[in-house]
Write a protein that binds this ligand. Structure first.
Ligand code: ADP
Length: 243
């Protein structure tokens, strides 16, 4: 059984085909990079998987269960977590408070959690703080973190939700080369064992993390394989030369 499978997934926006007949599979525990030029349909694909956009036709299966027309909140509680490109945290709360809000089952009302649960949460969040390299910054407001640290905190918030499938939308946007490299290390370490989809442009980053790559173009599946295989693919070369 696949972690994620789509069959004939299509969506058109008033006649514009943003995604056409996409058959896609992701193994459990696999890390997949989705590549493609601007407008290829990458964001639309992720919007469909997370329920933000409803398909015109086709199916989406998560662990073999149909999630095609489920609401974003039901899909999220089934175990699909997404980190968007832009900053999406509470600047006026501390690093730890941001993680508490994201924590699975907290529903934002962590004050009402049982003592035992609170202790369990504290231990897990401490572990996450170490993993994302922000333990020393745990009492600082998120606002004073660097751009890279904010992104890592958001990755920690995603981890605190304990999703089975992690979706990262262009996680290195706006980062320095050094921050990008650290992000690559984090993606590979903190989400180990989970299924991960990364949408990304930065080729140095893709080279660092990618095992298998799927290339989309004009809403269609263009190529798939190792990065080396995909880079040798004539159709892929043509698309990127035209950019
Ligand atoms: P990518 O993420 O690969 O850059 P997108 O998925 O954002 O591509 O967009 C694919 C195409 O679908 C683009 O041409 C975009 O303009 C179009 N599109 C995306 N969302 C909508 C929408 N809600 N209404 C109309 N067109 C859309």
């Amino acid at each position: 059984m696949y972690a994620l499978e789509t069959k004939g997934l299509s969506v058109d926006f008033n006649g514009f085909k943003a995604l056409t007949d996409l058959d896609f599979t992701l193994e459990k525990g696999e890390l997949r990079v989705i590549l493609g030029p601007n407008g290829a349909g990458k964001t639309t694909f992720m919007d469909l998987v997370t329920g933000k956009t409803k398909p015109t036709k086709g199916e989406i299966l998560f662990n073999g269960k149909k999630i095609t027309r489920m609401s974003p909140s039901d899909i999220s509680s089934m175990g699909i977590g997404r980190k968007f490109q832009g900053p999406n945290l509470f600047e006026n709360l501390t690093v730890t408070e941001n993680l508490e809000i994201a924590y699975k089952g907290s529903n934002g009302v962590f004050s009402s959690l049982l003592f035992r649960k609170k202790k369990e949460m504290k231990n897990q969040l401490e572990e996450i703080l170490y993993q994302i390299g922000l333990y020393e910054r745990r009492y600082d407001d998120a606002a004073v973190l660097s751009h890279g640290q904010k992104q890592w905190l958001e990755m920690g918030m995603l981890l605190a939700q304990d999703p089975e499938l992690v979706i990262l939308d262009e996680p290195t946007t706006g980062m320095t080369a050094e921050e990008t490299f650290k992000t690559g290390e984090l993606v590979q370490s903190i989400f180990k064992g989970r299924s991960v989809i990364v949408v990304e442009h930065d080729m140095a980053f893709v080279r660092q993390i990618a095992k298998k790559v799927t290339v989309l173009h004009q809403g269609q599946h263009l190529a798939e394989g190792s990065l080396a295989q995909v880079e040798r693919n004539k159709k892929v070369q043509e698309v990127y030369l035209k950019e």
